[in-house]
Write a protein that binds this ligand. Structure first.
Ligand code: F6R
Length: 243
């Protein structure tokens, strides 16, 4: 795993943006894997700036998001659909809407939705570069501790700690969904390249555990699977590297 140390959130966002823009220029019809949450917000802002200054185009770009809450419609301001439209896609004039993919958390048949999502990723030729954040408990996507490394896109029961962490976006804890659809760990690992963004002291313990050289690679700490991937870049700010 390649570790890029940066000063703060701003620099992490800038570096991640440069990284993605370079990839978009290099690849024909790039397939990007995207994340939501607080961590990539700055990255999306930077990408919008690059788009507005004609330094990048999203023509021919296809995207797959990692996850979506079960039961929230696309119009629900807490849904990840809404987040992605609001913080990114609504500001990118040249991406084709049929190339934007997120799991549908209101699908009648959630199992079928998961299977269909896998088929779409495969048809697109797999994700070229996947952006990840990390949960304090080491989750990636919504793959909580204990999720098999062989998992594919699936319906997950969210950990209480994850619901608690994400309750900041909801009016009350009761409004936080208990389930989500998430790309599986094996699905994420099939991405050709992964960039993991880590910011803030809240993530320091998780990052330290991930980087510990003799630590176990275990399903109890999902992010540890990244050690088995041959092209992972971690961009981490100073606060997240506090021991
Ligand atoms: C979001 C996702 C999650 C987040 C993680 C960190 O699509 O898959 O794994 O990346 O929960 O969230 P933030 O960035 O809010 O700390």
């Amino acid at each position: 795993m390649n570790l890029i140390k940066v000063k703060d959130y701003e620099e992490m966002s800038n570096r991640a943006c440069e990284y993605l823009v370079k990839k978009i220029h290099e690849l024909d019809n790039p397939v990007l894997g995207l994340a939501t949450g607080s961590t990539p917000e700055g990255l999306y802002k930077r990408l919008i700036e690059k788009y507005n200054s004609d330094e990048v185009s999203f023509k021919g770009v296809t995207t797959f998001n990692l996850d979506e809450y079960v039961g929230l419609s696309k119009e629900d301001p807490q849904s990840y659909h809404y987040y992605m439209m609001d913080k990114f896609f609504n500001h990118i004039g040249d991406i084709s809407s049929e190339n934007i993919h997120l799991p549908n958390g209101t699908a009648e048949d959630l199992e079928q939705e998961c299977k269909d999502y896998e088929v779409l990723i495969r048809k697109a030729g797999h994700v070229d570069i996947q952006v990840l954040g990390i949960g304090k408990n080491g989750h990636i996507g919504f793959n909580e501790p204990g999720t098999p490394f062989t998992s594919r896109t699936h319906v997950v029961e969210l950990d209480e700690s994850t619901r608690q962490a994400n309750s900041r976006f909801f009016d009350s804890m009761d409004d936080v969904p208990k389930q989500a659809i998430s790309m599986g760990i094996e699905t994420i690992m099939e991405s050709k390249e992964i960039i993991l963004l880590v910011s803030g002291e809240g993530k320091a313990e998780a990052l330290a555990r991930l980087l510990e050289t003799d630590a176990e690679t275990t399903e109890d700490f999902p992010a540890s699977v990244l050690r088995k991937h041959n092209h992972v870049t971690i961009i981490a700010d100073e606060a997240s590297r506090l021991k």
